[in-house]
Ligand binder design. Structure first.
Ligand code: ILE
Length: 448
């Protein structure tokens, strides 16, 4: 059977953007920016995206395009020796682990959306949303129920394959997301006090730069949000046609710009609203589940509509990302075990759901006392992947493409037309990106 491919270049780009834009932009980026002091974090983050994110995403696309297989197969086919294949298996493991808790959080989002539709969240009295949130995620059946619903939707879409599943859903969802987001941000800016939020976001407080943890957070965020180090962009690159030609540098640049724009506009919407009602943005992971609903509830009538639009937005963004995460192991199963897409999707969908259960029960629920290295299951899987697996995966990518391949192959696969930019790419790929990744790995391992 012929291997699946993207239908169009735009379809490929939108699928990559669909993967990149997710909970990382809407849930993680605003709260991390809030915790690390706003503007200064934003600035460092932008630098990281440009000098690490961009070369790594391009390198991942190149591995896939050259290998024309799943993440494991593409490593095997393009690497000079067998040891590199470990990078492929690491990517499969990482994406599998991440999607198991990512789907749990996506389930919380769906719960909020339905809560607003049924009228229950808006009835929570002022100051009470935190209790509502803790009750939701600390329950037994509620998080499991929504996990199963989310996984069923993911399996349903992936069952249809690359063009009719991933590509089509991205083509519909991405423009829709942009529209909802622009309306939300526009509205947020009209609120009294929103400007204060903008100065928090855009005017750097330079003293925040003295905190080394800020740099770690910025690099970590750029990996997470651009879907790097998890085999996604390799897998998606594997569905590119070698015949029709693809302008990979332009695609990589567009994905990075759109993902970053998205994160910034989300932050504008959120910080504008949070400051307008006089709350603080440094509330950590509860920002969109506690602080924002408080904001929506204070907005009276219109609040409900905005809340539903917002949680729908988060859900769709998370869904297209979860799809890309699951696709890494599904495509590996199809190629490694020579089974059909349908079979692979059903089996992996079931396995991911099973692994998601302990995460779903770990946030105040029955498994909250079960700690691994002092962390509840979800936090453990999150930290393990985020602090270790993603940077190691990214490092293997840059070492393979930057050093394992010949210089000619590296440049040919990336398809550069401008020699100056090609040289810059080589410098970033061979020296800057590996050096920075090794530093953050060392800091993560030996403590900062
Ligand atoms: N890049 C996406 C996000 O920012 C996912 C990360 C794939 C795991 O949410």
């Amino acid at each position: 059977m012929a291997r699946e491919q993207w239908g169009t270049k735009v379809g490929f780009m939108l699928a990559a953007v669909g993967s990149a834009v997710g909970l990382g932009n809407i849930w993680r980026f605003p709260y991390i920016t809030g915790e690390y002091g706003g503007g200064a974090f934003l600035l460092v983050y932008l630098v990281c995206v440009a000098i690490i994110g961009l070369p790594v995403i391009l390198a991942e696309f190149s591995i896939g395009k050259r290998g024309q297989l799943d993440a494991v197969g593409s490593y095997r086919k393009t690497a000079p020796s067998k040891v590199w294949v470990a990078g492929g298996w690491l990517a499969v493991t990482t994406s599998f682990l991440i999607v198991s808790f990512y789907a749990v959080i996506t389930g919380w989002v769906l719960h909020y959306m339905f809560g607003y539709l049924m009228g229950s969240v808006q009835q929570v009295e002022s100051g009470g949303v935190e209790g509502y949130f803790l009750d939701t995620i600390g329950a037994t059946w509620t998080p499991i129920f929504w996990l199963v619903v989310v996984m069923a939707i993911i399996v349903g879409i992936l069952y249809f394959g690359v063009q009719k599943g991933i590509e089509l859903s991205s083509k519909i969802f991405m423009p829709l997301l942009a529209i909802i987001l622009v309306i939300l941000a526009g509205y947020s800016l009209t609120l009294d006090g929103a400007l204060e939020g903008m100065s928090f976001l855009f005017i750097p407080d330079w003293s925040a730069l003295a905190d080394p943890a800020l740099y770690l957070a910025a690099i970590g965020q750029s990996f997470f949000t651009l879907s790097l180090g998890m085999g996604i962009m390799i897998t998606y690159g594997g569905y590119l046609s070698r015949q029709t030609g693809t302008n990979l540098p332009a695609t990589a640049r567009n994905v990075v710009i759109l993902d970053t724009l998205f994160a910034i506009v989300v932050a504008v919407a959120i910080f504008g609203a949070v400051y307008a009602i006089g709350m603080e943005p440094s509330q950590g992971p509860a920002l969109i589940f506690v602080v924002l609903p408080e904001v929506f509830n204070q907005m009276a009538g219109a609040g409900t509509i905005f809340a539903i639009a917002f949680f729908f937005l988060v859900f769709i963004a998370a869904l297209t990302s979860a799809i890309s995460l699951a696709e890494v192991s599904i495509s590996a199963a199809i190629e490694r075990f020579k089974i059909s897409r349908q079979k692979a999707t059903l089996i992996l969908g079931a396995l991911i759901t099973v692994l998601g259960v302990p995460s779903a029960l770990s946030q105040g629920g029955p498994l909250s006392e079960f700690l691994i290295f002092g962390l509840p299951f979800l936090d453990f899987v999150d930290t393990l992947t985020d602090s270790y697996f993603l940077p190691i995966g990214g490092l293997i990518v840059v070492l393979l493409v930057g050093w394992g391949w010949t210089k000619r192959a590296t440049l040919d696969e990336a398809d550069f037309r401008n020699p100056m930019i090609a040289t810059l790419y080589l410098i970033l790929l061979r020296f800057i990106a590996p050096a920075m990744i090794i530093i953050i790995l060392a800091l993560n391992i030996f403590g900062s």
